[in-house]
Design a protein around this ligand. Sequence first.
Ligand SMILES: [Zn+2]
Length: 572
Amino acid sequence: MTYKSLYRTYRPNSFETVVGQRHIIQTLQNAIKQKKMSHAYLFCGPRGTGKTTVAKLLAKSVNCLNVDQAPCNQCEHCLTIQNGTHPDVIEIDAASNNGVDEIRDLIEKVKYAPLQGKYKVYIVDEVHMLSQGAFNALLKTLEEPPAHVIFILATTEPHKVLPTIISRCQRYDFVRVNRFDIQMRIEEVLKAEKIEYEEEAVRLISQLADGGVRDALSILEQCIAYSGHKLNAQHVNDIYGIATTQDKLKLLNAVIDNNVTMLMQEIDYVTGKNIDIRRLTNDLMELLKESVVYSFTRDKNLLSKLTEDEVKSLNRISAQVGLKMIEDLMETLEKYRSASNLLSYFEIGLLKLISHRVNGVEETKIKLVEEGETKPVIQEVFEQEEQPVLVETEGVEEKPTPKPKESKKKKVQIVQNSDLSLDFLVQLFVSGDKAKRLEVERSWTSVQNYQSDLKYGKIANLLMDIRLVALNEGFMVLSHSEDYVVNELNMEDNQTLIEEFTERVFGLRMRAYAILFSKTDEAMQHFVQLRNENRLPEPIKLEKQALKTEKEVDLVEKNLFDLFGQENVEIH
Ligand SMILES: [Zn+2]
């Protein structure tokens, strides 16, 4: 006796036992009952979701001798269709069948009446792979179909099927089968095969199958072959190497904490399990998606993969950053197509996530970690209105934030790539003039008039889409997401040109202090902290004859040290 795969052995032989796809089954059964068959059906959907199974059931039903119970699975037609020997049911696999002429020939023979049954049924699997010649023959037939013919075209890629074909078919979209239905199916098969099992093993297999019943049963088959008469979760893990939710969370949390060492260790550990990196990348995206949804809704009922505590650990990043990370992972996934070494791409992909976070993909807002709430702080908080210095703000925690000192230290380390100290930035913030800033902001679009200017073109292009954080006569604090823009704007060689330019365009000579978005965050947090502790510094008098008092000379010195490092500055 030849071996038959589980999938074939347990292929449903009635519409009732098909897993999932109820919407399609119902419609087809009604059509059969009412004898209102179409001449062409197009079954679309992912692999292993039941397209050919349903096609065969349909072929049996229209030819079955026991009309009331079709398909009866007992009459000669049902039986011969079941074992693939019925002369009127022709199965063509366009993906594997290379005999182009043969296929065309078969399709051209549709005009001959059926030999035994009522209908000639052509089941063409992966129809989008048909050769041009075969496609044309098919199209010709579909234009004037003989009464005794039914075409069932199946495809995983409906977008590759000619619109002229699609428009002549009744289309049914098969969807991925939900995990619960697949679990039930696996359990049925295990019981029928008299194999003991752990529920966790079944759950894992259904997860791996990703909505495909055929995949589920092939995975099951392989696991049974490995484990013998008792199937447990460890066996599934041994064969398919599944990263647990905890593993995935560790990876994401290492990224969120900007902890490269931890990240590399976790990658080592997880990939040592011989896992499918594509799937893992996908899973990471799924977890991030869940975290983004949660950060918008705070609805724990929408969680399916994570517990509330777990999702909160991911919610330390804002939804925007979460979405950006998903986008980056999608890009990585794209790159796998052309990759010979997936692991390396995976590692680079995750490192990229970290670098993006450090370099300030994060929008300018302060995250108040308490109760996981994110409240934007409006920019005005640090700028002097007229009097008093402190401006009423909305959304800022009024009580002093009891942040431990070391957390601040850690953050300063992260942004060490930029040289401006937080104290100095706060000093600039309090020295800012809001009215002037708003005025400059309003006319900022005129910067673009200089984009192709011979002298100022470069400066204009650098300034094009910066964010104005604070300014006054003599200085402006600018924020940008890109390292090179920030570096260029801070270059001492460019300052004279920048001052000339701003004087020309805005009537204010201003030197530039540029920082990354992430650093803006840090500086704002620092500002709020100092303000809450009533320790804000005095505004700097930068304009005109700035270098007057000794105190101010000290300050300028300090600023220069801050900017260029003490060892690089010589005061004359
Ligand atoms: Zn029958």
